[in-house]
Design a protein around this ligand. Structure first.
Ligand code: IPE
Ligand code: IPE
Ligand code: MG
Length: 230
């Protein structure tokens, strides 16, 4: 089982457009998939689930769409808080929340401050996240600390994912073959799985299929094929 799965949840808008619905309804159904996949990941014993929910580039979208995403986020934080807590899920935010409305920031911080007695799943939600922004943020912090000779370990420890292992598996829905500024440092050796399914249609079965595919891969990390034990 992969320890850390990261997902680029893409295709909400196209899912809605395909059904002649407004794009925002795609986001609404997308939240249902988020809840479903969190539950499945927890059930399967995955340790870390990282979800790309809003990128630093998504501010280019129409004001109405961004506002609706905030509304969904606020709803999610208010409604899911106890469920998350009871299921042993701890929330961490990857990204710069300073641009978010104060009320939402307060709700998010409240959820993040609740630590279950026994953490089963660490849920990373990437909000106003961009990998380049994350790296610059890390470099600035290192500079302030007077770190002149950073190692890979030190750089990793200044990222939002500090203390966590890198993703083993990266999933992207909706068939796009790109990374879109997501975890550039952390996915150096992640296995990539792309499905054409739009995010609202992504099921428990699809998630399991991605994991099965991952389990068939041979990870070499630049080395050679491991010899069969005789
Ligand atoms: C992903 O779906 C959700 C966010 C980026 C917030 P999109 O909104 O990007 O959907 P498409 O790619 O336009 O279909
Ligand atoms: C990536 O999806 C960001 C999130 C899923 C939050 P986008 O839809 O923003 O990416 P591009 O524009 O297709 O690269
Ligand atoms: Mg998209």
């Amino acid at each position: 089982m992969p320890s850390h799965v990261a997902i680029i949840m893409d295709g909400n808008g196209r899912w809605a457009e395909q059904k002649s619905l407004p794009r925002i309804l795609g986001h609404k159904y997308g939240v249902e998939t988020v809840k479903r996949i969190i539950r499945v990941a927890n059930k399967l014993g995955i340790k870390i689930l990282t979800l790309y929910a809003f990128s630093t580039e998504n501010w280019k979208r129409p004001y109405n769409e961004i506002n609706y995403l905030f509304l969904l986020l606020s709803h999610f934080m208010k409604k899911e808080i106890y469920e998350l807590h009871n299921s042993g899920i701890r929330l961490r935010i990857l990204g710069d929340l300073s641009k978010f409305p104060v009320s939402i920031r307060r709700e998010i911080n409240k959820v993040c401050s609740i630590i279950p007695k026994k953490v089963k799943l660490e849920l990373n939600m990437a909000l106003n996240y961009g990998s380049r922004q994350e790296l610059i943020h890390a470099f600035k912090k290192m500079f302030k600390r007077g770190i002149k000779n950073p190692t890979e370990k030190i750089v990793s420890s200044f990222l939002y994912t500090s203390g966590q292992p890198d993703p083993d598996l990266l999933i992207r829905t909706s068939g796009e073959f790109r990374i879109s500024n997501f975890l550039l440092w952390q996915i150096a050796y992640s296995e990539i799985y792309i499905t054409r399914k739009f995010w609202p249609d992504f099921t428990e079965q699809d998630f399991k299929k991605a994991i099965l595919e991952y389990q068939k891969r041979e990870r070499r990390f630049g080395g050679l094929k491991p010899k069969k034990i005789k």
